[in-house]
Design a protein around this ligand. Structure first.
Ligand code: F3S
Length: 368
């Protein structure tokens, strides 16, 4: 309660408001470390539990990776998972909790995964600030959050107009747009014009990248001529996307150790699409091919998952490339269709990156 009240005071909230869902990040031991584990352990020992439906971000391994990681790290992660279990969290371990339960339009949430925050505000029409791990945890236990930031309608209005003149041909282009804008927008909410019938998954890539390169927590993309007339304008040209993709490709050769799809975690539709695109082809020797999703989606898309795994690719749940110790697995070069991963991997995975559309990732991963 002290955490929530303090935050409310800092951001001029007049009261706490009830939330319908909470989502906590900082679940991977790789990103969390020992001190927060002690804090969580002492909290769980008081018998406190969450008071709303509360989900968790990915942790640092799944069954495919567990055996390949040092025992001390696996133990530390399992201890963290047990603590979250005691606190009453669902073992969802995904950054796309909206595929498990889609929040209703206008619902107030306390979510801490930045990609999910942007998606919830911009695509689903739910209302959430970008919580930190501790504030989302506090909100999950109290069931409330301070009424500030974009929980208030007045703070959700667009502040800048973005005219996209660049053709966006793939999810990698949408992600590159997100990184480009994230770096120049600071925390200004954009009204993005010029997106041509984007899929929800394209918007997911755009939002995830926007939030990783900057502080924006929502965007508007449906035309609103009245608001657009009064706004400062920035134009995105083809060269901006091309240059951003080049910046996110740090590898000098096109031979990756790992090809990674599923940042943010794949939807059922993406799993279907990948399975159909793979067909009967097999993964090349000396290459790892991971597709990350949630347990929930993996179960729902069982037949397609089997088809994907028959190729030699691994459908991982509970984790992702960024939050596991890829360096300990000997992975030095990562190819991905996710601009967010390409943005983080050089620092968080100490790896070189290649950003490319799904089609090209599959071409590199598969024989024939
Ligand atoms: Fe999710 Fe990992 Fe990307 S947590 S958003 S797949 S970095």
């Amino acid at each position: 309660m002290k955490i929530l009240v303090k935050l409310g005071e800092l951001f001029d909230a007049s009261r706490l408001i009830p939330i319908e869902l909470a989502h906590v990040s900082g679940v991977s031991y790789k990103t969390l470390g020992e001190a927060p584990t002690d804090f969580l352990e002492s909290l769980a020992s008081t018998g406190e539990k969450v008071n709303v439906e509360a989900t968790l971000n990915p942790q640092s391994f799944d069954k495919h990776l567990k055996e390949r990681l040092p025992e001390n790290l696996v133990k530390a992660q399992l201890k963290l998972c047990e603590i979250f279990d005691k606190l009453g969290f669902k073992p969802s371990f995904t950054c796309t909790p909206y595929y498990i339960k889609t929040p209703r339009k206008g619902a107030h949430l306390a979510w801490a995964e930045s990609s999910a925050v942007v998606y919830a505000n911009s695509v689903l029409g739910a209302w959430t600030n970008r919580e930190g791990g501790p504030s989302a945890l506090a909100a999950a236990i109290i069931g409330k959050t301070p009424n500030c930031g974009i929980h208030k309608a007045a703070n959700r209005k667009p502040k800048i107009l973005i005219e996209v003149e660049a053709p966006l041909k793939s999810e990698a282009d949408y992600g590159a747009l997100g990184i480009f804008l994230g770096k120049i927008l600071e925390d200004k909410i954009p009204l993005i014009k010029g997106l041509k019938n984007p899929l929800a998954e394209d918007l997911k890539q755009l939002g995830a990248a926007l939030a990783s390169a900057g502080m924006v927590n929502m965007f508007h993309y449906k035309n609103n001529a009245v608001e657009a007339r009064e706004l400062e304008k920035i134009t995105v040209e083809p060269k901006n996307i091309k240059e951003t993709i080049a910046e996110l490709t740090t590898a000098s050769t096109s031979k990756p150790d790992l090809i990674f799809i599923g940042c943010p975690h794949c939807s059922i539709r993406e799993i279907h699409r990948i399975a159909n695109m793979i067909g009967t082809r097999k993964v090349k020797d000396n290459v790892e091919f991971w597709i990350c999703t949630s347990r929930f989606v993996k179960k729902k898309a069982k037949a397609f998952v089997q088809k994907i795994e028959a190729s030699g690719a691994k459908v991982l749940t509970d984790t992702c490339t960024v939050v596991t110790w890829t360096d300990r697995l000997g992975i030095k070069k990562i190819m991905t269709n996710s601009a967010k991963t390409a943005h983080y991997a050089p620092t968080l995975n100490k790896a070189e990156t290649i950003l490319a559309p799904l089609k090209e990732c599959l071409k590199t991963a598969l024989k024939g």
